[in-house]
Design a protein around this ligand. Structure first.
Ligand code: SF4
Ligand code: SF4
Length: 387
């Protein structure tokens, strides 16, 4: 098969497996390593130390370290549902919000079998063994830069990879191949232009001018990666986000107007990424009573397992505090009295203080008389002082 026909046949197989965008690039180092190194040097990766290890820096600067014999990188985008694609729950019980990429199964589990299948189809096309290594989630910039260089789209001011007429609701994956394919032309347009919507809409103002994020303030980082207590200044800004945040994508015109005009919302969702019941808008009061067993049952195979039960319930307690719903006092008080995890009790104390209701005050006073952990008594004292 001629090289151009082989490339097209490989792309066709990737589309058949459910990927929505496919591009080809070389294994040359990505162009903007300096931005990444500056981002690390300024500590804006917060506690995500795995992004700053020597190995992570080297692999990022030199993609060939991923697979020594690689001559081509296939970059692939897999569509997940748009947050606008399902209706908000009817007014009533307070609900949380989960970032749309996490509504379905964990892409770390969903991608590998499809990528293995793609490799075997490539081998069938070339009629020879092809060394290959699949990569997903390699870091905050590398895969987006590779995708831009493979012509998929541009890196928006919100740091997401955005494709014309398609938007940014995609997860990225790469397939390093020991196979020579003609690279696609890079996407060279900055279609953000003078738009600032994501910067203005970001609840914590963490989008920086150099198209990086201050992760230590980003709700996505805080609700998923951050361990321990969350900075009290940022808690009200989290509103009802309990896992991730979609605000800077929801306001992007390339996801709103232009994608809708071109029918991109009808693009097929990658197999396994469709919403699982009860995940997009969880009932916050119900979630706060999840036991370790019921948490594992509900989120088995879901990205929401990443912060573990303790991180998730911390986020749920904060969201309940932000809900202003007086019915939340009872479940928050139960949590404050009986929850074993210190970080969850601390968040419950803060939430009761934020609700600022007489029964919440009573619960805080009672908890102060029985609580033994300094971190929690500190939160209770602050919560009482704020009333
Ligand atoms: S995910 Fe949310 S908090 Fe993070 S940059 Fe986007 S809008 Fe801001
Ligand atoms: S909201 Fe505007 S500035 Fe932000 S990524 Fe979208 S087009 Fe670019």
């Amino acid at each position: 098969m001629k090289a151009a026909a082989l490339k097209q046949a490989i792309k066709t197989e990737a589309y058949r497996l459910g990927f929505s965008l496919v591009g080809v690039t070389t294994t040359e180092p990505p162009p903007h390593d300096d931005v990444y190194l500056d981002w690390l040097a300024s500590g804006r990766h917060a506690s995500m130390g795995y992004l700053a290890t020597e190995m992570a820096r080297q692999k990022r600067a030199e993609p060939r370290l991923v697979l020594g014999s690689a001559r081509t990188i296939l970059t692939l985008a897999a569509r997940y549902p748009s947050p606008a694609s399902i209706e908000l729950p009817a007014p009533g019980k307070p609900f949380g919000r989960v970032a749309a990429y996490a509504w379905g199964n964990d892409y770390h589990l969903v991608f590998p079998p499809q990528l293995r299948e793609l490799v075997s189809r490539i081998q069938a096309l070339t009629v020879q063994p092809v060394a290959a290594k699949a990569y997903t989630d390699t870091g905050p910039i590398l895969e987006r830069e590779l995708a831009q260089r493979a012509g998929l789209g541009w890196i928006g001011k919100n740091t997401c990879l955005i494709a014309l007429g398609h938007g940014s609701y995609d997860l990225l994956a790469e397939l390093f191949l020991d196979l020579e394919l003609e690279p696609d032309p890079p996407f060279s347009l900055d279609a953000c232009g003078s738009c600032q919507r994501c910067i203005q809409a970001c609840p914590t103002r963490c989008i920086r001018p150099d198209r990086t994020l201050d992760a230590s303030r980003c709700i996505s980082y805080l609700t998923i990666e951050h361990k321990g207590s969350i900075n009290p200044v940022l808690r009200p800004l989290m509103e009802n986000w309990v896992f991730g945040c979609d605000v800077c994508q929801e306001v992007c015109p390339w996801n709103l107007r232009f994608a809708a005009e071109t029918g991109a919302y009808q693009n097929a969702i990658f197999p396994g990424l469709s919403p699982r019941p009860g995940i997009p808008f969880p009932d916050l009061m119900h979630e706060l009573s999840l036991t370790p067993q019921s948490f594992n049952r509900k989120f088995r195979g879901s990205p929401v397992q990443r912060p573990h039960r303790r991180g998730y319930l911390r986020n749920v307690a904060i969201a309940l505090g932000n809900s202003g719903d007086q019915d939340a006092v009872e479940v928050l008080a139960e949590t404050l009295f009986h929850e074993p995890e210190i970080v969850v009790r601390s968040a419950a104390a803060w939430a009761l203080g934020r609700l600022n209701l007489p029964p919440a005050r009573l619960a805080l006073e009672k908890a102060l008389s029985i609580e033994t952990q300094a971190a929690v008594t500190g939160e209770i004292t602050l919560a009482l002082a704020s009333q």
